[in-house]
Design a protein around this ligand. Structure first.
Ligand code: SF4
Length: 379
């Protein structure tokens, strides 16, 4: 996740172990392994290298692509006529979350439970319940196989915590994503975080064929059209950094209402990014990522994030402290409050993940940060 796109990225694998991609669509930048039309993705390396292959990102020298339309459901002449489909009501939780976002001071926590483990999920919900406004449950570089987003949303909502679900375009084509959108509404997801997703060459399942039938902007449009509260990610420091605010404007035009801001080094950089976006006409709410580092395992994990930039001394300050956990909680709480003082910021995302086997401890630390932030805001 941003981190926001994923939790726990791992190094890319040799090209001969990566499954062949699906055929490229007619649109998009030539040479983009993700077939993006509204690129670039957030994975562009600081050098400008593509996150997937040994060449420059195909969008580096292109102007941001202007939003044109939603993914077309128009059938080609050869298609069979479609049966009428049922009507799915927009999720009620999205309406409630819009009100929370409008009020400001929202605290969201990256959800740390173990993949495919309902008991771990329940334990982490118990730890976080009452201390945060929602959990953000998305992708993981080291655990690509997850319960489907809608099923996780169902489990989380049933357990009593609003579910802000990450959905990527790597693993499902548009037909599967439309089904996921309907299921997420039925599961009463509070928000849907739309990302293109890391390429399959990055992470634990390079044997899987990458799909990328849509990209984050087109996925955002499709989810917004179905009544979801849609968030997107933007990485202020990823090349071409100058074009990132304009690209965010196109995501807003597509229907995004909230932007999660990737780790960008601290409040000064985040404020500058937001001001540039607002100058261009971006009106959506911003939720910056707050790095949660409470031990060596969580430090290792966050080091793998795309385009990671932490405030000077942040990581060392935690790891070199006599009590790393206490220092990490205090540092994250302070930084969250600094972010929340920036005009346009409507909330913070407690961002990161646990070392292996430390899921519950990480959730408990996030809960302490959430409680500290809420307490400070009310005092
Ligand atoms: S960095 Fe991302 S957007 Fe750029 S060419 Fe590679 S996959 Fe495509």
């Amino acid at each position: 996740m941003s981190r926001l796109t994923t939790v726990g990225r791992v190094p890319s694998v040799p090209a001969d172990r990566i499954a062949a991609p699906a055929p490229a669509p007619a649109t998009g930048a030539a040479g983009c392994p993700k077939h993006m039309e509204y690129g670039p993705c957030g994975g562009v390396e600081f050098s400008g290298r593509c996150e997937v292959a040994d060449h420059a990102c195909a969008f580096l020298s292109l102007a941001p692509v202007r939003w044109r339309d939603a993914p077309s459901a128009a059938s080609p002449a050869s298609a069979m006529p479609a049966d009428p489909t049922g009507h799915v009501e927009p999720p009620r939780a999205a309406s409630r979350m819009r009100e929370r976002v409008a009020a400001g001071g929202v605290v969201i926590a990256d959800f740390p439970s173990r993949a495919l483990d309902a008991e771990s999920l329940a334990a982490c919900v118990r730890a976080l319940s009452g201390s945060v406004d929602a959990v953000l449950a998305g992708d993981s570089g080291t655990a690509r196989v997850q319960f489907p987003p809608a099923y996780r949303a169902h489990l989380l909502s049933d357990a009593g915590v609003p579910a802000w679900m990450g959905v990527n375009a790597r693993d499902r084509n548009r037909v599967a994503l439309e089904g996921e959108a309907a299921a997420l509404a039925h599961a009463d997801a509070a928000g849907v975080h739309c990302v293109t997703g890391d390429h399959t060459g990055i992470g634990s399942r390079p044997d899987a064929a990458p799909v990328f039938d849509l990209d984050s902007t087109r996925l955002a449009a499709m989810m917004a059209a179905r009544g979801h509260l849609v968030s997107v990610a933007e990485a202020p420091l990823s090349p071409p950094a100058d074009a990132r605010p304009a690209r965010l404007l196109e995501k807003q035009r597509a229907g995004a209402e909230v932007c999660f801001v990737n780790h960008a080094g601290g409040p000064v950089a985040v404020r500058a990014f937001i001001e540039r976006a607002q100058d261009l006409g971006v009106t959506m709410g911003f939720i910056p990522c707050v790095p949660v580092i409470v031990d060596r395992g969580s430090a290792e994990l966050i080091r793998g994030f795309t385009s990671l930039a932490l405030p000077d001394g942040y990581l060392a300050g935690v790891l070199e402290a006599r009590d790393a956990r206490a220092q990490g909680i205090a540092a994250a709480s302070r930084l969250a409050l600094e972010f929340l003082a920036i005009p346009g910021v409507v909330g913070v995302d407690l961002s990161g993940g646990p070392g292996a086997g430390r899921e519950l401890e990480f959730a408990e630390a996030e809960a302490e940060i959430g409680a500290a932030v809420v307490s400070a805001l009310r005092s």
